[in-house]
Ligand binder design. Structure first.
Ligand code: NAG
Length: 149
């Protein structure tokens, strides 16, 4: 059974190589189903990255500002070509922090999709309000063509 699994794995990897599938690349411009945009910059050697997030929605009346993010990519390779990652957004217009976790999927045509889930922590005036301070959700991002800055 072990040998069979081994050759199956071998053929799978060969098939992927023949199809020209490459590992997911996080760098670039992404948009989610709400119209929020984010830019992810090139990864550092250790898999950390930074970027910026321009949300289309906010739980505040304040003017939305582009906000910085810091993330970590789990290296692909041993675990396949569809790596997991996480990043934190430090909102510039609210006392809130959002953490995202996700996985980058590449389909047969090479189209990349970031399937993510997030937790948003809002600043509340006192510990009595902590019960309503955290929201959870999901977002799906697809790559935007790179344009001029
Ligand atoms: C996202 O980018 C598009 C253009 O590329 C723009 O029309 C849209 O307003 C942007 N959304 C936000 C929330 O910045």
């Amino acid at each position: 059974a072990g040998a069979a699994m081994g050759s199956l794995r071998c053929c799978l990897l060969l098939a992927l190589a023949l199809l020209g599938l490459r590992p997911c690349d996080l760098q670039g411009l992404w948009r989610n189903e709400l119209g929020s945009n984010m830019t992810l910059l090139a990864l550092d050697m250790d898999g950390t990255f930074s970027g910026s997030y321009h949300t289309a929605v906010a739980a505040t009346d304040k003017q939305i500002l582009v906000s910085p993010l810091q993330g970590v990519l789990q290296p692909p390779g041993t675990k396949g070509q569809q790596p997991t990652f996480g990043f934190t957004v430090q909102w510039q217009f609210a006392d809130s922090t959002t953490v995202f976790v996700g996985q980058c999927f590449v389909d047969r045509r090479g189209k990349e999709t970031l399937e993510t889930a997030w937790l948003l922590r809002e600043g509340v005036p006192s510990r009595r309000d902590v019960w309503k301070a955290t929201s959870v959700g999901t977002n799906v991002f697809t790559r935007l063509p790179n344009k001029m800055e």
